[in-house]
Write a protein that binds this ligand. Sequence first.
Ligand SMILES: Cc1cc2nc3c(=O)[nH]c(=O)nc-3n(C[C@H](O)[C@H](O)[C@H](O)COP(=O)(O)O)c2cc1C
Length: 367
Amino acid sequence: MTSAAPTLQIGSHTLANHLFVAPMAGVTDRPFRQLCRRMGAGYAVSEMVTSRKELWNSLKTSRRANHEGEQGPIAVQIAGTDAPMMAEAAAYNIARGAEIIDINMGCPAKKVCSKWAGSALMQDEPLALQIIEAVVAAAAPQGVPVTLKMRTGWCESEKNAVRIALGAQAAGVAMVTVHGRTREQGYKGAAEYTTIAAVKAALRIPVVANGDIDSPQKAKEVLALTGADALMIGRAAQGRPWIFREIAHFLATGQELAAPTVAEASDWLVEHLLEHYSLYGSLTGMRTARKHIGWAVRDLPGGEDFRQTMNRLESCEAQIQALRQWFATLGADYERLPYLAKAHAAPTMAATDDDDDDDDSKQQQQE
Ligand SMILES: Cc1cc2nc3c(=O)[nH]c(=O)nc-3n(C[C@H](O)[C@H](O)[C@H](O)COP(=O)(O)O)c2cc1C
């Protein structure tokens, strides 16, 4: 893939470019996806939705299924362990507007895996293929393409990504994304790209490289190492959604794009927060906005102190006011975001409870 690479198709959908924002439960809700799209991401997959029917009417799942005003194609990720249930989940989401169904075989969260879903499925290839075939059979009659997101394998000695990807392609899957870690690794160690390159070499459908892409230079390197058709970026977009336009610019010109101005970043963040509050309501919105604000300021001078102060604020209005004030003060000293030296390191992540759907009822009780 280069800036001059041919446009990418998933079924009948032509994607805007080759830079995707990764699905991240608890992060890539509709407001965040829209922000990333505005900042140069060409495609965004929604947070995973469980195949467990009893949770479909929960507040959490209904928020995850909120695509109001979202630029298409609308891609919904489903996770589960049972082929008929996954087929039903696909049909249900298609009936509610999903234009692409993504199967999650990449999530390592404990609760999901103990139920034999997410990346745990990679350990049982026949079941994995049964699920893929059932989902494709449910989606194909509606003209909806199915994509697959997975890891390199179950563990270091069981890197079966190529085999599963080939099976998925034969079953009619339209695109495969590979995160360059095994399930066993969780988020530890570094992502490797050799297995992604092997998947790319083996398949004729588009292959997307994912894992540890946290700068334009790294994006270029991963492309060269894998030959992938597209790149997917997750953690590095947290608090820095403009990474997509920075990567696009670097791939097109070989030049680094200047960081956004402080005023631009402040405006974008406020706009994002307003959308966020309107999706979640003021109480949950105020609480869940804290992580986004924290990510946005943490690599900036004084960001950590501000994050701690901001975490004690108890209303949306107070958050917005403090944020504007903080950026205005920063803007008096700097025209553009002055990232500190450790800047651009991808935020670390232990698989969070956000990675599963088990806490739906808990969350509902809180609201
Ligand atoms: C907070 C968080 C939540 C995630 N949730 C999902 C998910 O719902 N579905 C999925 O396929 N992957 C999920 N992932 C994995 C990411 O999509 C991505 O594969 C991984 O973070 C590696 O990419 P990165 O190094 O660019 O972050 C999640 C990752 C994070 C950090």
